[in-house]
Design a binder for this molecule. Structure first.
Ligand SMILES: C=C(O[C@@H]1C=C(C(=O)O)C=C[C@H]1O)C(=O)O
Length: 174
């Protein structure tokens, strides 16, 4: 994994106000709904493509293997709050995460936290900059962004299947 894309398990450098959001182990959707009005999921794309370089090891995938990716904006009215990027291997989409394909604009969290067989790995955090593909994808989706954004990610696991969820916290809210 390239050094610059190593994910950390210490959020101590994050702004104090952001730390509860980075550390939220329940549904981020539920937390956003509790804090912001008119929540919705805007699906940007859901398609098969090679994973990003810093996703390969976590997904235990070879470089060119295509995986199902889902990119969404979590919205409050017309304000984007979070850019979320989820990745699942083909076998996972046929197996424990088969409902991912038809979820549409329902929150992924409504599926993940309702299934008792799914467990979550420890969260990891990092700041991403314009070199990271998710910074670039968020920029393409919402326009101008600060040079560095805080992001977190974790694995959802059921049996042998893995779903990697990365959430990028967006200004001006975060
Ligand atoms: C995992 C959750 O689902 C959220 C919703 C997502 C989606 O609909 O694609 C992706 C990531 C999350 O921010 C959650 O609510 O915690």
């Amino acid at each position: 994994m390239p050094t610059r894309f190593r994910w950390h398990h210490s959020r101590c450098l994050a702004p104090r106000a952001l730390q509860p959001w980075l550390a939220e182990r329940g549904s981020l959707t539920a937390r956003l709904v509790a804090h912001y009005p008119q929540f919705s999921v805007r699906v940007l794309r859901q398609r098969e493509q090679p994973p990003h370089g810093d996703e390969l090891a976590t997904l235990q995938q070879r470089r060119r293997a295509r995986v199902l990716t889902r990119d969404v904006l979590l919205m409050s009215g017309q304000t984007p709050l979070v850019y979320a990027h989820s990745v699942a291997t083909r076998s996972a989409v046929r197996g424990g995460f088969r409902r991912l394909k038809g979820i549409g604009n329902r929150s992924l969290g409504s599926m993940l936290f309702a299934d008792p067989t799914i467990r979550r790995s420890p969260l990891a955090w990092r700041q991403i900059d314009r070199r990271h593909p998710l910074w670039q994808q968020a920029h393409a989706a919402v326009g101008p962004l600060p040079a560095r954004l805080w992001a977190r990610r974790s694995l959802f696991i059921t049996g042998p299947d893995r779903l990697l969820v990365t959430e990028v916290f967006l200004p001006p809210t975060f």
